[in-house]
Design a protein around this ligand. Structure first.
Ligand SMILES: C[S@@+](CC[C@H](N)C(=O)[O-])C[C@H]1O[C@@H](n2cnc3c(N)ncnc32)[C@H](O)[C@@H]1O
Length: 211
């Protein structure tokens, strides 16, 4: 069994405008300190988060994984939409973001680890999940790394499971961005793309893939 989402003894923290600004600042500072792996200058907007949640159809999911939660823009929404008995955990490379997301979403297990190690958290590949949601900076990964990660993700999903990833509009102008988009049909039976969400820095599309 995957770790449960809810720890009954913990309560949801209240958010204030100050918290929001602090998370924005935390993200911006990390994007200066770790520009490559952070892959963006600002956390995703609630408009993109809403698109992700809509495509994920979380009411049908018993096990959900997030890769690269950053400061928790999607994590917070996912935790509100998953079933009470569903399991949900996240893997984040940046230690500062791990801390921020744990504080923002105390009921969610956020592990400080690379997305590539996902099978370790699924009983060394013995368990499969229903949804994998990411906003990983795909254009920092070379083709070999992308192939490996996409194989890992496709292999970790149950039949009919969904892989949801945001892709910044500008990614299409980059060789590695096009490589990622063109690779999706090689790993998944169905690939759908949302309309562009312009209310995000930078504008973003959401890909929803099913196997
Ligand atoms: C573009 S940011 C998105 C953050 C957040 N999900 C959002 O939408 O605001 C990408 C995130 O992926 C994380 N990341 C990059 N490479 C990773 C890897 N190999 N494994 C796990 N997380 C990674 C970065 O630290 C960063 O938090």
């Amino acid at each position: 069994m995957l770790p449960p989402l809810v720890n009954e003894t913990q309560t949801i923290s209240r958010r204030t405008p100050f918290d929001q600004k602090a998370k924005f600042l935390n993200f911006a500072l990390e994007s200066i300190r770790e520009p490559v792996s952070t892959g963006a200058v600002a956390p995703s907007s609630r408009f993109v988060a809403n698109k992700v949640i809509e495509l994920a159809e979380l009411h049908n999911a018993q096990s959900v994984v997030e890769l690269g939660p950053g400061t928790g823009a999607f994590t917070e929404q996912i935790q509100h939409h998953v079933n009470d008995n569903a399991s949900f955990f996240a893997l984040e490379l940046n230690e500062s973001f791990v801390k921020t997301t744990r504080e923002r979403c105390p009921r969610v297990r956020v592990y400080h680890d690379a997305a590539e190690n996902l099978p370790v958290y699924l009983a060394n590949g013995a368990l499969k999940c229903d949804r994998i949601i990411t906003s990983l900076p795909w254009t920092i990964f070379d083709p070999q790394e992308q192939d490996h990660l996409l194989e890992t993700i496709a292999g970790a999903l149950k039949p009919g499971g969904r892989f949801i990833s945001i892709v910044y509009l500008g990614a299409k102008t980059r060789v590695r961005g096009r490589y990622f988009i063109n690779s999706l049909p090689l790993h998944f039976k169905q690939v759908k793309r949302s309309t562009t969400e312009w209310r995000n820095i930078p504008p973003t599309q959401v890909y929803c893939c099913q196997n």
